[in-house]
Each structure stands twice: as C-alpha cells, then as structure tokens.
Design a protein around this ligand. Sequence first.
Ligand SMILES: [Zn+2]
Length: 283
Amino acid sequence: MIATRGRAANKLDSSDNEERSLMGAKKQKLQRFLSAHSNCYFCGGAATTIDHVPSRECFIGRVGPEGYEFPACKRCNNSAGPAEQTVALYRHCTDFAEDIRGRPQVEKLLSGLRNNSPTRVPITEVSANQKRQLARRSNIALQTGDTYAGLPIVGITPDVHHDFKVFSRRLTCALFYRHAGKILPATHMIKTQWIQFAHGRAEKIVADITADMPHLTQTGRVNTNIGQQFSYRWYLDAETETFLFAAQFAMAFFIFGLTARFALETSGEGWESHQSDYPEPFR
Ligand SMILES: [Zn+2]
C-alpha cells in the first residue's frame, strides 16, 4: 500500500470495498455449496473447495457448463491439475471444428507443458511412413490431393495416455456423483477409454457403445451459449450402482467410462479399483 490523497484515495477505497464484497460473495457461495455438499466427490473426505469437472480449461474462454461443480478436498482437487492441463491442450488442438477462439489457450497450455512436463508436448517429428500406418490403423482416409506426409498427425507419449486415464476416471466419479447422488465407493471398479473424433470408425464405435444408454445430457449455461462442447449419454442402475457413460468433447474426442462393483467381469484387463485413484498417502 502507498499513501494517496484526495479523489484518487477515495477511488482506491471504493475499489477496495468492491473487491472485498466480491471476495465476500465468493466465500458465501462456497459456504452455501459446501453446506449442501460436505464431502469430497472423489475420496469422501471433508470438502473445502469446489472442483470443476471437466476442468474449465477444457472450454473456450474457460467458460464451462453450469452444474458441473463438485465438492472436493484440497488434496484431490490439486492432484487433478497436471492431467487436466494435458487433456485441455489436446481438446483444443485436435478440435475438428477448428474454433480459432481456442488458440490462445493452446499457446498458453503448450508453453506450460514445455516448462513443466515436456513429455506431454505433442511430438511433431512423425515420418510419412508412421503417418500412413496410423491413418490405416485408425481408418483415416486420404482426401483427393492429400499426401500421408501432409496429414496433421502428431505423436503422443504414454504419459499423455496416463493423463487421459486420470482425467477420465475423475470424470466417471463426478458423473456418478451427479446422477447417482452419492460418492463412488472406494471398492468400485472403473474402466475408461478414449477415442479421437478423427478416427474413421469413431461414429460406429460410439453408436455401438451408446445403444443401451437411454439418457442424453446436453450441457450449457443459462445466459451464455457455449455450444456443444460437452455432452454425454449415460445409464445408471441404482440398485447395483452400475454406471456407464460416453462423453463427447466438441469435435475432438470421446471418453467412455464404466464403473461397477467388484465382480468377475470387472477384474479383467483395464479394470482398477477406485481406491487406486486416491492421492497419496490415502491409499
Ligand atoms: Zn478428496
């Protein structure tokens, strides 16, 4: 603080007051939210923060849908950060709608990853041969005049897949909390998968997976049109606490999640208990 005089001082005082009342309103909102939702949606511990799932960074201008705020303890909220950054980057830079409003976020997320986590940065040195292999594997057809070398394909590391898994498992817990109205038990098993919009068979795969999912949720905001950046189909069997969903993130990728009690069918490849998601030293 520095000393000021006259009108400038009054002005500063009033902006101080505004800031104080803004902070007060924010705090009140948090208190109100936490009195209705007192436990962490992820680990069940005492909640002290609001976690946005999917993270705001996934949406253009960081403006996400209403109603996707979840109570979280600080530890669970913080532990999501790195994976959220990675997924947000790929959400914006692989969007087939090529919405240019996402570009400033791509730059910011990229430079953050370059500094803090270089193994998450897309690998741009991909040979024409590698591109051809991937295009064939993913049923990506060449358009007239295109060459394999010219396809906009980048490489990703196992770390990126790991981050998608972390992100997808959190999304599973959040959507379970929203639609089942309770915290996913630690003993529940979870399996997730993701597929790019660009994959030639994506539409068919999604149609097969969602055939038995009766509900469609289109998310949005009351006073702002955020477009169709996040929508999902889902199914819940409340009695057996089985929940499955297929979510679409703009025209970038789909995430599938499935959670159920431990059983023979949920002990195979790709299945892990929810407890394995807990940040240390809870496990
Ligand atoms: Zn927690």
